[in-house]
Design a protein around this ligand. Structure first.
Ligand SMILES: *[C@@H]1O[C@H](CO)[C@@H](O)[C@H](O)[C@H]1NC(C)=O
Ligand SMILES: *[C@@H]1O[C@H](CO)[C@@H](O)[C@H](O)[C@H]1NC(C)=O
Length: 125
C-alpha cells in the first residue's frame, strides 16, 4: 500500500511544482545558445527587456539599448530568452556601455512577453 500512496502523492504534487518552475523559467534548464544573433527578433526581445526594465524603474534607472552581446533560449510553454545586453545608464554623466542580463519569457502566439529578471552583470575589469 505504501508505494501506491507515495505514487499518488507524487502525481498530485508534481504538476503544480513543474508549472511553478516553468513560470520562473529557472528550474527547467535546457538553455541552448542562440545560433543566429543577427536575427532581428533577438534584438527586439533585448529592446523589450531594456524598455520594460526602464518602465518598471519608473524613470529612476533609464537605460539605453546598445546591442545584444550573446544569448541563450529555452523552450518552456513558449520561449525564455536569456540575453546579455549592452546598454548605457543615462543617469550617469558621460555613460559607458555596461553588460546586463535580461530574461524575457515570450509566448509568441499569444503576443505575450514578460520581463522575468534584469540585472547588471558584475564588471570583470
Ligand atoms: C540570421 O538572421 C538574418 C536575419 O534574419 C538572416 O538574414 C541570416 O541569413 C541568418 N543567418 C543564418 C546563418 O541563418
Ligand atoms: C544608473 O546609475 C545610477 C547613478 O549612479 C545608479 O543609481 C543606478 O543604479 C544605475 N542603474 C543601473 C541599472 O545600473
Amino acid at each position: 500500500m505504501r508505494p501506491h500512496c507515495l505514487l499518488i502523492l507524487a502525481l498530485v504534487l508534481l504538476p503544480p511544482v513543474a508549472a511553478a518552475a516553468d513560470r520562473r523559467g529557472l528550474i527547467t534548464g535546457g538553455w541552448q545558445p542562440i545560433k543566429n544573433m543577427s536575427d532581428p527578433h533577438v534584438k527586439e526581445i533585448a529592446e523589450f527587456a531594456v524598455s520594460e526594465y526602464t518602465k518598471q524603474a519608473q524613470g529612476q534607472n533609464k537605460l539605453v539599448f546598445e546591442s545584444v552581446v550573446r544569448g541563450d533560449s529555452e523552450v518552456v510553454a513558449g520561449i525564455n530568452y536569456r540575453l546579455v545586453i549592452s546598454a548605457k545608464n543615462e543617469s550617469v554623466v558621460d555613460p559607458a556601455a555596461d553588460d546586463y542580463e535580461g530574461i524575457v519569457w515570450e509566448k509568441a502566439w499569444e503576443h505575450f512577453r514578460q520581463l522575468i529578471s534584469f540585472h547588471q552583470l558584475s564588471k570583470t575589469n
